[in-house]
Design a protein around this ligand. Structure first.
Ligand code: IPM
Ligand code: MG
Length: 366
């Protein structure tokens, strides 16, 4: 059989992005040799570094390169350096442009508490947190109509409104259906519990989410479906995190809840993510954490979220399951051996190691 060859687009981005992606690329190279497939890496610019070089956050060549790849590995974009650029040119626009341009409507954000890291969780006596957040990624308020206008109206106290700004939360049945179906599918392959998180006591769009979920539920009789309002969900994630299995929710609620879920598992430095579109199109894989410009270049960055994102890339886009399992096992082994990066270390002894040493430890375990 001829050797399998995959093309991977790599977007290091800004801040610690280049450090953590270079760690993940070395891990990908190691497993590709071990499991007998070939990876061709092509690097592209997006985010602040693209603004500096080309004047725009998402150059055409980057989007085209990603579209032509089998999968995309992204570090992180943004930083205070670009805080003052025009809103239409902010580094974050690169992320939104990639999500929309690649049609990545399904964002998987697993929040898994590694046994060895339970002391890093801010919650007392927790174990067994294993939640998969399925976040809708190309619709809702992020992509609804935005704008500003001047209003002549007055408020109840008589003051005139002046400038009004608006962002619109809008979802079509088809958009809801495809993401809710994903939620059911993942739940069916896990603990068979799906929680739809919304604000159906207030929002019409949330009520449509519920109607669509009710309609799909009979196709997955083995999965139990329940509903939580997002405010209540944010409490229950603290109160009973171990009872959640799969959460499916809108773009903005998923953004907020995935940070919360990340926090209760100890460190955002451990959390990978996958953004997927239609079957057969390239997925994008990135750590949940940001570009952390304050620690860029210091060797303090935890490369594990990006390394685990690389494992997701192998699993979901390349179907190289054994290589993915191997990376995840190597990360677990290194944690078990007591090695920590500063963000997850409680002792700061000689097993607290920098980005490069952590990468080497994981490579040794592969
Ligand atoms: C995320 C981030 C992005 C989002 C920002 C950087 C645009 O917070 O991926 O969670 O809000 O989606
Ligand atoms: Mg976020």
């Amino acid at each position: 059989m001829s050797e399998k060859i995959y093309n991977i687009a790599v977007i290091p981005g800004d801040g610690i992005g280049p450090e953590v992606t270079s760690s993940a690329v070395s891990v990908l190279k190691a497993v590709s040799e071990k499991f007998g497939f070939k990876l061709n890496f092509s690097e592209y610019k997006a985010g602040g570094c693209a603004i500096d070089e080309f004047g725009i956050p998402l150059p055409e060549a980057t989007l085209e390169g990603c579209k032509a790849s089998d999968a995309v590995l992204l570090g992180a974009v943004g930083g205070p350096k670009w805080d003052k650029v025009d809103a239409s040119l902010r580094p974050e626009k690169a992320l939104l442009g990639l999500r929309a341009g690649l049609g990545l409507y399904s964002n998987l954000r697993p929040a898994l508490l590694f046994e060895e890291l339970s002391s890093a969780s801010p919650l007392k006596n927790v174990s067994n947190i294993d939640i998969l957040i399925v976040r809708e990624l190309t619709g809702g308020i992020y992509f609804g109509e935005h704008g500003r206008y001047m209003s002549e109206d007055v408020l109840s106290d008589g003051s005139s409104k002046g400038t009004v700004a608006f962002d619109t939360e809008s979802y079509s049945e088809a958009e809801i259906e495809r993401i809710v179906r994903e939620g059911f599918r993942y739940a069916a392959g896990r603990e068979k519990k799906l929680t739809l998180v919304d604000k159906a006591n207030v929002l019409e769009s949330s009520r449509l989410w519920r109607e669509v979920a009710e309609k799909i539920a009979p196709e997955y009789p083995e999965v139990s479906l329940d509903y939580l309002y997002v405010d209540n969900c944010s409490m229950q994630l603290i109160n009973r995190p171990e009872t959640f299995d799969v959460i499916v929710t809108s773009n903005m609620f998923g953004d907020i809840l995935s940070d919360e879920a990340g926090m209760i598992t100890g460190s955002i430095g451990m959390l990978p993510s996958a953004s997927l579109g239609a079957p057969g199109t390239p997925g994008m894989y990135e750590p949940v954490h940001g570009s952390a410009p304050d620690i860029a270049g210091t060797g303090k960055a935890n490369p594990m979220a990006t390394i685990l994102s690389a494992a997701m890339l192998l699993r979901w886009s390349l179907d190289e399951t054994k290589a993915a399992d191997c990376i995840e096992a190597a990360v677990k082994q290194v944690l078990k051996d007591g090695y920590r990066t500063a963000d997850i270390s409680s002792s700061h002894d000689d097993k607290t190691i920098n980005t490069e040493s952590m990468t080497l430890k994981i490579l040794e375990s592969i």
